[in-house]
Every structure is written in structure tokens, then in C-alpha cells.
Design a protein around this ligand. Sequence first.
Ligand SMILES: Nc1nc2c(c(=O)[nH]1)N[C@H]1C(S)=C(S)[C@@H](COP(=O)(O)OP(=O)(O)OC[C@H]3O[C@@H](n4cnc5c(=O)[nH]c(N)nc54)[C@H](O)[C@@H]3O)O[C@H]1N2
Ligand SMILES: Nc1nc2c(c(=O)[nH]1)N[C@H]1C(S)=C(S)[C@@H](COP(=O)(O)OP(=O)(O)OC[C@H]3O[C@@H](n4cnc5c(=O)[nH]c(N)nc54)[C@H](O)[C@@H]3O)O[C@H]1N2
Ligand code: SF4
Ligand SMILES: [Mo]
Length: 705
Amino acid sequence: MAEVTAICRFCHATCGLVATLENGRISKLIGDLDNPMYTGYSCIKGRNYHEFHASPDRILKPLRRNSCGDFEPVESGEALVEIAAKTRAILEQYGPRSIAMYGGTFSHFCPAGVMLREAFMDAIGSPMRFSNATIDQPGKPISMALHGKWGAGPQDFAEADVCLLVGANPLVSMWGGIPSFNPARRLHEARKRGLQLIVIDPRRSETARKADLHLQCLPGQDAPLLAAMLRVIIEEGLYDRAFVEAETAGFAQLRETVAAFLPERVAAVAGVAADDIVTAARMFAAAKRGNATSGTGPSMAPHGVLMDYLVLALNTICGRWVKAGERMPNRGVLFRQFSGVARAEKPRSAAGFGEALRVRGLTDTAAGLPTAALADEILTPGEGRVRALFVIGGNPLLSWPNQAKTRRALESLELLVVVDPMLSATARHADYVIGPRFGFESPAITFGNEGITVYGLSLGYPEPYAQYQPALIEPPAGSDVLEDWRIFFEIGRHMGMPLAFRGHPFDMASPPTTDQLLETFVAKSRVPLEEIKRHPHGAIFPDPKPLADSKPFDWPYRLQLAAASMMQELTAVAATLTVAAAQIDRDYPWLLVTRREHAVYNSVGQRLPALRKRLSHNPAYVHPLDAGALGLLDDMPIEIESRHGRTRARVRLADDIRRGVISLAHGFEDANPAALIDDANDFDALSGLPRMSAIPVRILRAAAS
Ligand SMILES: Nc1nc2c(c(=O)[nH]1)N[C@H]1C(S)=C(S)[C@@H](COP(=O)(O)OP(=O)(O)OC[C@H]3O[C@@H](n4cnc5c(=O)[nH]c(N)nc54)[C@H](O)[C@@H]3O)O[C@H]1N2
Ligand SMILES: Nc1nc2c(c(=O)[nH]1)N[C@H]1C(S)=C(S)[C@@H](COP(=O)(O)OP(=O)(O)OC[C@H]3O[C@@H](n4cnc5c(=O)[nH]c(N)nc54)[C@H](O)[C@@H]3O)O[C@H]1N2
Ligand code: SF4
Ligand SMILES: [Mo]
């Protein structure tokens, strides 16, 4: 029996754990008290992650669909030769654009996999690369591109007096706003220090319960709410004048555009008290340091990009960025996240560039190609139609909007290859399913929490931290699984295509090791990988140059407070600012929102026995008074219907949800909001993201199943 340190890969937070090894298996996982970033934190998912390795659901041998339509096991060598031949035939007949890649959430946890699948798509010459980022919060990179990125980064949570969370629940999700590394402890310490927490959320979420001020709004009204807060801060002169003058453009136009958003008018639409909007604005602006961050809820509601743009504007007019001469919390260890100069960086394109999709007038964006349109790219006949799809670390059938269309799309493909350790809902539609090595069977490095800063504020490590973990165990005896990068290496090799990563060709005659790939990936890191490896508990690697530089006198760029597309959209929102407009649909009078559940991660963990004990199904949260009015009791089966589709669920009486709102998590097979989403008629023009929150629905009683 031995104890070794490990990096959890059940979620993006990549906590430092201690694993007990027994006879080549892991028998126990706990938080690592000696880890300086996570200080012993772990959650129930992480503590049960090793259960996956020996799970009966695991794909230990590749599966191939035979002529009768059933799966049969096949040797990986044979499967990869066949996949290569089929891919080559599709490439030759239809061209590169007919081959698409979808890298889901779990594909980003392994840099070697990212390298080889990019190399593979480069070799094919296909631009059709999609990821979960565009069905998550695409408004973040897009709004950052419109607004501009600050070269010295945001202010540090550890020194903040205020934290404003717009539809985020980091105590459960480990997502932005409060650094995701033992967030409960960080919030507790910050509040002892005097931090004020403001939460805007239709649910009194686990985080909202800790708030000094909770605006329990109707969903989908965050853009007007934020515009009203901006108005209060501007009209009361509470903003950072010096910063606005020196570093921004468009202030006068922003002021003019938000003028329509009187707190009283917005209060009526958003279902909150006008006084609370004013108090929130004053509280945020009066603090010396801190910032505002949004989560998935409002990002998925209509005007999601605009909402994120206004979050940036709020931070900027209050000067919530690191100024010249101030300490930057973390410029990165493996990657350089910021130039380190207190300046607005050179603008980048938000959307309207790169590959044009054949549907909905969408293009590439700062967040990537809109995944919500991929099903239509597969189904729409004509030149450029997608015929082959590789899915790695994602679960489209449960995660993409418009589930019925996604199913049709997956079924109509000529080739669907799924790389997944489990026979997921999506994998069940595949022509080939290949199980990768996963979790502790591969080396790991904490790279995911670097470079994520463009995704929002207070994301990523708040200190220059890094950890490496070698492979700890071997896959179960007799299994035929490959590193996920190796799968693309082999397909490329069998297709006779030389692969290269950022111009560095691979030797196709002898595959690299995962460690060599990691070395290449972080070749330019400030701290060499060798040095990081010397610290098994992870370490903070102090930045020799932690203070932000001043910008040159003639630096031409400024943060943009009034991007034309955003001001146009905000003006249009102002025009519909009436109470009547908010009460969307008499026939579908409820607004459905999603939430994250502690015991699962998206579609992952639902079948793991220890987690199933905590959460056996996906309950729909309904306020007891609303349930009473509908004659619903706790645990009663219901059908939730939108104008687009239906899903079943069971009622959970929850007095923490706002009346008129119903909350359902995503990622489940039996009750899934994806069935309710109209992908093609109600979407954001820039990001392509459909309305995935604040969905008008009605609730029907269902017969017990
Ligand atoms: N345990 C666990 N952790 C996870 C995940 C998981 O499935 N389980 N998923 C991971 C993923 S992929 C992501 S992207 C992150 C997301 O992390 P978060 O964005 O923090 O996700 P949620 O916990 O769903 O919080 C969203 C909140 O928005 C609220 N909301 C919904 N609609 C609106 C709206 O229109 N306006 C406002 N103001 N609020 C609204 C919801 O009530 C909810 O409390 O979490 C990650 N972490
Ligand atoms: N209606 C609605 N839809 C949503 C959301 C919502 O809130 N509401 N949230 C959206 C968000 S934020 C996101 S991020 C997406 C998530 O969308 P996806 O990324 O498409 O879905 P996941 O459920 O994260 O898929 C994870 C898959 O990876 C597999 N996996 C686990 N470990 C490994 C591994 O080591 N290697 C490989 N290759 N695979 C592995 C799992 O078995 C699972 O099948 O869904 C989006 N869709
Ligand atoms: S929060 Fe839980 S699941 Fe996520 S990395 Fe930490 S222990 Fe693992
Ligand atoms: Mo996500």
C-alpha cells in the first residue's frame, strides 16, 4: 500500500488529491492537505473518481457497429485502420469540410489529446472544429474581444471588498467569481475580511444564501439590470473618472444608451425592487476593489453576449483592473496569460471571420465555431455537408440544444467515431467507440486553469501554481485502450498523413510518449516542467516580475465601452422595456432555468453508485406555492413542455426558487432541458447560442412511469 499525490480530473477544478494505491488499483482518494492551492479540499465526485476505472460501464475494448446494427468488440488496430480508410474515402469524395471534430468538456483536460486532434484536423485541412465552449458561455470571449482585454488582468479576489455574481453558483460549480480552488474557504475568509457579496439569481442558490444582497430576479433580464446599475453608478458619479478618461473610449455613448434604464422601469420587468438595484450599484461602486462575474445562467438567456459586455463595462468604469505598479496575482506558470502591461491590448475580432457556416448566417467567433449549428451542418444537403464526426470527451445527445435534431443528425452521419471511456448516450449512436486511457492512467498537468482568463474574471489560479502527476495505474488487465492522442496519431498514420503541431512535425514512424508531448506543449513555460515535477504536492512558483508595467506614451488602444453592435442591441432592449414584454407567453407562462448539481458533472457520474446514492434523478425545482396552484406534490411526475419540445421530470418542492421559475439540471438522460430548446429560431446573432435559459414552458401532470 502506498500513498501518492494525484490530480483530480472529474472536473475543471483539478484539485490536488492523495491516492492510496493497493495492488495496482486506487482504493481511496482524499484531498491533499499539503497542496498549497487546494489545502486539503476535495468533493464527493473527486473522492469517488477512481470508481470509474473498474466501472462495468467502461469501454475496455473498442466497439464497431456491424451490418445488423449491433455493436461488436474489435481490436483497436483493426478499428483504427478501418476508421482511417473510411475517413480517407469521405475526404476524397466530399473534401475536408465534410469531416468535423467536436471536442467536449473532458477533451480539454489532457493537452496531449488537444495537440494531436488539432494536428489531425490540420492535416485533413478541415476548419470544422467545434467545442462545448460555444454552448457554454460564448459571450465571454466574444464580449472580451468587443471590449478589449486588459494586459495586467483583473483585480485579485484575495484583496477584494466586493464580489458581484450574475447567475453563477461557484460554491457548487467551482466556476468563476470566487476562485474555484476550495471556494467555500476562500469566500469565508473574504467575508471575515469584510467582502460584500451581491448575487443576482432567480434561485436562492447555495452561493446566494451567503450573500449580503440577493436580487432574486426573473431570468433573462440581466442586461437591463446591469444597464440600470451602470446608469446609477454613472449618474451618481461613483465611477473611476481617472481610469475612464485615460483608458476607455465610448463613455459618453454608454451613458446616453443606459439613460433609458431607470431602476424603477427595470425593477418592474426584472421582478426585483428598484431600491435593491440602486443598493447593488452603490455597493459595487463604493468598494475599493473587486469585480463582477457572470455564470452560465444569464449567458444562456437571451442577450447573453450583451450581458457579458455590460459586466465588463461595469468592471471597467469602476477601474477594477490591475493598474501600473500594482501586483498582478498570477501572470501564469505554464503559459503567459497577460502581457503584464497595464493597458488595453490590441483588439481582436469577435465574430464574422473565418469559416462561414452554411446555416443561420453564422461564422467563426472568438469562442469558436457555433456548435449549436453543427446538427444542421450535418443535416443540410449540399456542398460542404458534414458526413463524418469525431466526438471526444463530449456527449452531444445530452448537451447540444434541440435533442431530437441532434439525434437525427448523429443517425444520418456516414461515420461517427466517439472517443469515450463510457458507452454514453452519444456513443450508443456511433459506428466506432474507442475507450481511451483515462484519469489516473495518464500523466496530468494543471494547465486548464491557466489561459482561461479570457473566459471571465477571477477564473484561473489566483497565484502562480502548477502541479504535475505521472501515470499512477495501468488500465485493467486485458483491456485494449489507448491514450486519446494516440488514437488520432494512428488514424493520421494509417491515412498516410504526416502530422505536425504548431509547425513541429511528429515522427510518424515512432509515436512520442505522453510526457514528451507535455514537454512540447509547455516548452515555453516560465518554470520548466522538470522543476514542476520536483513538487509532487504542486507548488506556487513566485513570479520574479509581479508588478504591472506602465504602457508606452503613444499606446493607441483603449477599452471600448460602446461597441456599435452592443449599443444597438441595448437600444433595442430599451425599446421593449415594458412589463408586458417580460411576461412572454400566456400559454407557456413559466421560465425554465438550468443549474449544476453537486454530485454529477454535466452528463458524467449519473451511474456511479456512490454518487447515485446522493442524486438518483434530475428533479425539477418548483416553488411550493406554484406547485400548490398546479396541484402538484413533491416527487410527482410531470411533463415540461416548451413551444419546441417536451421532457419528463419529477417535482422537487423547493422554496429557494423564485415563483414562476422552474429549475432543471442539464446532462441527464431522462429529464433534459435540451429537448425544450429551439436551436434555429431563437438564437444570439453573434454567438449562435440559442435561448437555453429563461425558456418559456408549461407544466403538465404526467402519468407515473
Ligand atoms: N458539480 C458540478 N460542477 C460543475 C458542473 C456540473 O455539472 N456539476 N458543470 C460545469 C460547467 S460545464 C460549467 S460551464 C460551470 C457553470 O458554472 P455556473 O455558471 O456557476 O453554473 P450554475 O451552478 O448552473 O449557476 C448558474 C446560476 O444561474 C442561475 N440562472 C439561470 N438563469 C439565469 C438568468 O437568466 N439570470 C440570472 N441572473 N441567473 C440565472 C441559476 O439559477 C444558477 O444558480 O460549472 C461547472 N461545474
Ligand atoms: N440545456 C442545457 N444544455 C447545456 C448546458 C445547460 O446548462 N443547459 N450546459 C452547457 C455546458 S456549460 C457545457 S460545458 C456542455 C457540456 O457538453 P459536453 O462536453 O458535450 O458534455 P459532457 O457531459 O461534459 O460530456 C462528457 C463526456 O466525456 C466523457 N469522458 C469522461 N472522462 C473522459 C476522458 O478522460 N476522456 C474522454 N475522451 N472522455 C471522457 C464522459 O463519459 C461523457 O460522455 O453542455 C452544454 N449544454
Ligand atoms: S471539485 Fe471535486 S470533482 Fe472537481 S476537481 Fe475538485 S475534487 Fe475533483
Ligand atoms: Mo460548461
